[in-house]
Ligand binder design. Sequence first.
Ligand code: SAH
Length: 251
Amino acid sequence: MSGETAAGRPAWTVSVLTIFPEMFPGPLGASIAGRALEEGVWGLETVDIRAFARDKHRSVDDAPFGGGPGMVMRPDVLADAIDAARSGAEGERLVYLTPRGRRLDQALVRSLATAPRVVVLCGRFEGIDERVIEVCGLEEISIGDFVLSGGEPAAIALIDACVRLLPGVVGDEQGLVEESFEGDLLEYPHYTRPREWRGLAVPEVLLSGNHELIRAWRRAEAERITKARRADLWSRYVTAWTSGGKREVED
Ligand code: SAH
């Protein structure tokens, strides 16, 4: 299986707007994502925001109106960079990474991975001029409640999460179905050889060869861990379970 379209173009393309294009592909050039990139399953473009600067110093930022610390990325420069990056294709997503955005989760990753093309704007300094968000219709996304020094590490995390969902990228696709957050459960614990290690044995049931029992044990462990750690997921899971349907679909 490959992600290529009939025309031979990757089925999923991401265009990253950054003042540090040398940060890409970076970690995305290695391992699973790197192999898929080489095979043309997905495509990566980088747009150097500085190329759209208007002065001889190639400046992309300026002091904030109203005063205060730091610098703000200019709307005119950013809009030109965004216009160069966007294809106008139907379903294209224009993303600005910011701590203020909608929190990235597996459902949002899934929806981004099914878009044909995603443009990702990486902020720097204090962030970007508010008007660009409105004028360009940017979707604000955060990777968590913490502050990075720039959007590039966030872009790498977002892209990695999308790429592994593309058809053919992860060898065993059953693995994707059983992962954390599928069906609102965190994952059950894993064990491998040696059977006994530092006085700790592998749970007996996993050696039983009884797949029904193993499945039930894993489900119970996933439930125990989710309930203990994530009240938010647990209440969604319980609601889905008590209103029927969902649990049957997964079993
Ligand atoms: N002044 C901003 C933080 C700026 S950090 C604030 O208080 O919200 C500089 C850039 O890093 C941001 O423009 C954004 O693109 C990126 N960034 C920082 N933290 C991020 C996060 N949690 N998720 C996504 N992008 C983030």
